[in-house]
Design a protein around this ligand. Structure first.
Ligand code: ADP
Ligand code: MG
Length: 243
């Protein structure tokens, strides 16, 4: 049997700002239905990598492929809205003037009845059907986060990019929402690239971890392999606060 084809593949991505290389020859792939965590300290180039994949920034060098098709290189650049890539960022603001239902339906096309069905399925799944007609300001932070997840998943993106999606949340809520989010992502079969600076989050959520430092991927592998056999002293100390 041949190896499964990656859903997302980036090859040799490089980005410089004012002569400083902040993403340095990064290659990565994500298998369909897998969660890959891009893990590394603040400032190492994680968000810049994600922004290039989303298409809101452009690499200086390298290529990006979705399901084997080139979406960006030196000559080609498919615009963000045509990439079928879902986004969830830390300050994931919902549209304040739209109801919960309208927020979740925002990226949907086609017959209204089908849109409604998808909205109800997802809101039911995140336990918020009773708030379907509420407005964002009427919800708690955790509830808003769940609506944002439903909104990002509604159009069934081929890849979901999540940049520190839980860091705005109260510690008390975070573990629960991480677990719920992971369960829903797995149920939907979504392929995910999740950026975090917290080793614990990557250990909890990832099928594969890509450890990043100073713009480079320094190690890739299954969470426990990386945890048990960190590539060097810096990686050991990075993981050392997890028990
Ligand atoms: P991370 O998400 O890992 O914290 P970033 O990708 O946001 O890191 O940033 C990596 C480095 O690139 C940082 O030093 C940051 O200051 C720099 N950087 C990011 N975006 C820009 C920009 N638009 N202009 C100049 N420097 C930038
Ligand atoms: Mg960042």
């Amino acid at each position: 049997m041949s190896a499964p084809k990656p859903r997302l593949e980036i090859r040799n991505l490089t980005r410089r700002f004012e002569g400083k290389t902040v993403v340095d020859d990064v290659s990565l792939s994500i298998l369909p239905g897998h969660v890959t965590c891009l893990l590394g300290p603040s400032g190492c180039g994680k968000s810049t990598t994600l922004r290039m994949i989303a298409g809101v920034d452009t690499q200086d060098e390298g290529e990006i492929y979705l399901d084997g098709a080139l979406i960006s290189d030196n000559q080609h650049h498919i615009p963000p809205e045509q990439r079928s890539i879902g986004l969830m960022f830390q300050d994931f603001a919902l549209f304040p003037h739209l109801s919960v239902a309208e927020n979740v339906a925002f990226g949907l096309n086609g017959p209204k009845a089908e849109q409604r069905k998808r909205v109800e399925t997802l809101l039911g799944r995140v336990g918020l059907m009773h708030h379907i007609d509420a407005f964002p300001h009427e919800l708690s932070g955790g509830e808003q986060q769940r609506v944002a997840l439903a909104r990002a998943l509604a159009p069934k993106p081929r890849v979901m990019l999540m940049d520190e999606p839980f860091s705005g949340l109260d510690n008390r809520l975070r573990d629960g929402i991480r677990d719920e989010t992971l369960a829903l992502l797995k149920e939907e079969g979504t392929s995910v690239l999740l950026v975090t600076h917290e080793p614990e989050e990557a250990m909890r959520m990832a099928d594969e971890i890509a450890l990043m430092r100073g713009g480079k991927i320094v190690q890739r592998g299954a969470p426990y392999n990386i945890y048990n056999a960190p590539v060097d002293r810096a990686a050991v100390s990075f993981f050392s606060d997890i028990n």
